[in-house]
Write a protein that binds this ligand. Structure first.
Ligand code: TRP
Length: 362
């Protein structure tokens, strides 16, 4: 059987370069590799609502933003099925059956859920829907018989939880679901790109993100004010690379060709790093170079996004078609699941015969 990808994002804001480095860039490469039989990219609006119940408008507005970001990065509707989670109601039904295979204490131990509960100060007021979203995520993945889930490192516990649900389902009801594998970025710097302020988490509320839709000026301003080594005060001072955001971003995005073009005094990143560590290399010079690198990376995305923004009805049409295609696949899986669980009563001739016989012999 061919390999199948499912992945997605919550539409709670525009996508930033953390999404790009951590997953989006890879998805486009995977899409174009021709190695996958099917690729499903989901805008997880229902999951976004699990902690935004009071802000449906925010979710509604951001669906098209995320779709624009996807397509601007190079996801193509001819190659990847782009769809909206809530438009595939089969996912909800699958979740309902999977809920019986997961304990409350297992969900409480899910590290991502744990840290998100803390981050949102939910404590004793955790919405049930939010608490159970790992189960719905298992439904998202298994509905498409996905073998491969390319996501950021923070999603690892979700994939593990999905694998457990699959194993449990298959052992209770017979081999039905496919156990997926996580696919993490292979570049370590991309695994967890820090915010521009050096904080581990990139988030809208911290104002430390570079967005894919940012203008050239915005990107430049953010790069030039990036966190570096606070002890690197004078140019002559030796600089530290650990925790130095500018170098982390260079690790994530630089290509050797960029040196010849923008910083020909150095042949590659190792030489630049060496000089910085020895001292005598100022932050501004490195930041200017990083700005060039980021602009190279982001300019084509920005241009493509501008074009796509001219035809918003087309974007919705892509999502509508994608959602229809996704629904028909999910419906097949739901049929398999119900058959395995023996809750496909009206399609089960053996059941009707069995019951008929039972009453005949009375
Ligand atoms: N939890 C993911 C995020 O926060 C979004 C998501 C929902 C997802 N369902 C998924 C990712 C299934 C991968 C597979 O971005």
């Amino acid at each position: 059987m061919g390999k199948i990808i499912l992945t997605g994002d919550r539409p709670t804001g525009r996508l930033h370069i953390g999404h790009y480095a951590g997953s989006l860039k890879r998805r486009v490469e995977l899409q174009n590799s021709g190695e996958f039989e099917k690729i499903y990219i989901m805008i997880a609006d229902a999951q976004a609502l699990t902690d935004n119940a009071e802000h449906p408008e925010k979710v509604r507005q951001n669906i098209v933003e995320v779709a624009l970001d996807y397509m601007a990065c190079g996801l193509e509707p001819e190659k990847s099925t782009l769809f909206i989670q809530s438009m595939v109601p089969e996912l909800t039904e699958l979740s309902f059956y999977y809920m019986n295979l997961v304990t409350v204490s297992r969900l409480q131990r899910n590290p991502t859920v744990k840290s998100e509960i803390q981050m949102r100060n939910f404590e004793s007021s955790i919405p049930v829907g939010f608490f159970t979203y790992p189960i719905s995520q298992a439904a998202d993945i298994t509905a498409f018989k996905a073998t491969t889930v390319p996501v950021g490192e923070d999603q690892e516990p979700m994939i593990e939880q999905t694998r457990e649900i699959v194993r449990k389902f298959n052992s209770v009801y017979g081999e039905t679901l496919v156990e997926p594998e996580i696919l993490l970025p292979d570049n370590k710097a991309c695994l967890r790109l820090p915010g521009t302020d050096g904080k581990a988490k990139m988030s809208k509320s911290l104002g430390n993100c570079i967005y894919l839709a940012d203008t050239e000026e915005e990107v430049k301003r953010k790069v030039m004010s990036m966190y570096t080594d606070p002890d690197h005060i004078r140019v002559e001072d030796p600089g530290k690379l650990e925790g130095n955001t500018v170098f982390t971003y260079l690790d994530a995005f630089v290509r050797t060709e960029y040196f010849a073009e923008y910083l020909p005094d150095y042949a590659n990143l190792d030489e630049l790093k060496g000089h910085y560590k020895r001292g005598g290399l100022g932050d501004v010079k490195v930041k200017r170079f990083l700005n060039n690198v980021m602009q190279e990376e982001l300019a084509p995305i920005r241009k493509k996004r501008k074009e796509l923004e001219q035809d918003i009805p087309y974007i919705y049409e892509v999502l509508r078609k994608g959602s229809q295609a996704a629904e028909s696949v999910a419906a097949e899986t739901l049929d398999d699941v119900k058959k395995s669980m023996k809750i496909n009563y009206f399609d089960d001739n053996a059941l009707i015969t069995e019951q008929t016989e039972k009453y005949k012999n009375l």
